[in-house]
Design a protein around this ligand. Structure first.
Ligand code: ZN
Length: 246
């Protein structure tokens, strides 16, 4: 398992981090009261089987619930392993997968781990789903994409935010920047101490503030400071996307 970094988080979280895409990519597992929650399924069945094996060996036997943070291929390709479990996502996530999933599978197939069989979420929602006894809240947080959802572990105060939070600046793939800003401002009010993104480390609210500052600059078209250094490449990618998706 040398391609997989395992980090214990709080009293009941385990963060699995992979590096096949040139950036770290996370799968987050929460050992809840009644369920094991598996957030995101990365690039396919062979890598997810390593996580399954870990769960089977180290965690108590409980039903598994899968959550897709959003529809992008690097977060959903392992879904086929879990078709007999609940796979929860926003309703727009399923729609986007149905619309763009096969195209993305064709386009990025060199990255698949094992044979990817596109598998859609089988329980979708629009606003939120609470697993009260597990102290887990899953809720809609549009930002990076329209379908993005977040998972709050109320017991450990850990918030998983999918790709809404990035290092060093956000990766814009939705036009509604006001909505993205609202989501990030809302994160600042959440009672959470550890924030984890789809491609970040274990973070604190400082990174949310940094991401917020950037989006506010983009809205006012004042890019001072972001056209250089570590920001340059990411900023240019965002500008290109916004230009092409006016
Ligand atoms: Zn991603």
């Amino acid at each position: 398992m040398d391609n997989m970094k395992i980090t214990k988080v709080g009293s009941r979280g385990t963060l699995f981090t992979f590096d096949d895409l040139g950036i770290p990519t996370n799968v987050y597992v929460i050992n809840g009261t009644h369920h094991i929650f598996i957030i995101d399924t990365y690039l396919g069945p062979t890598v997810m089987n390593q996580i399954n094996q870990y769960i089977e060996e180290k965690l108590p036997k409980k039903p598994w619930i899968i959550i897709n943070s959003h529809s992008h291929w690097d977060h959903v390709w392992g879904n086929s392993l879990y078709s007999s479990s609940l796979i929860i996502a926003h309703e727009k996530c399923k729609e986007l997968m149905q619309k763009e999933g096969l195209r993305d599978l064709e386009r990025f197939k060199e990255y698949q781990k094992g044979e990817v069989v596109l598998t859609y979420p089988n329980l979708t929602f629009t606003d939120k789903i609470a697993f009260e006894e597990d102290q887990i809240l899953i809720y809609h947080t549009p930002g990076h994409t329209e379908d993005e959802i977040s998972v709050l572990d109320l017991k450990d105060k850990v918030l998983f935010v999918g790709d809404n939070l990035e290092r060093p600046i956000p990766f814009i793939m939705a036009r509604d920047l006001k909505q993205y800003i609202d989501t990030l401002e809302d994160y600042l009010k959440v009672d959470a101490e550890i924030i984890i993104g789809g491609h970040t480390d274990m973070e604190n609210k400082g990174l949310i503030e940094d991401n917020l500052r950037y989006l506010e600059k983009v809205i006012t078209e004042d890019y001072l400071g972001y056209e250089v250094g570590e920001y340059k490449e990411y900023h240019q990618t965002n500008m290109k996307w916004l230009e092409e998706n006016k």
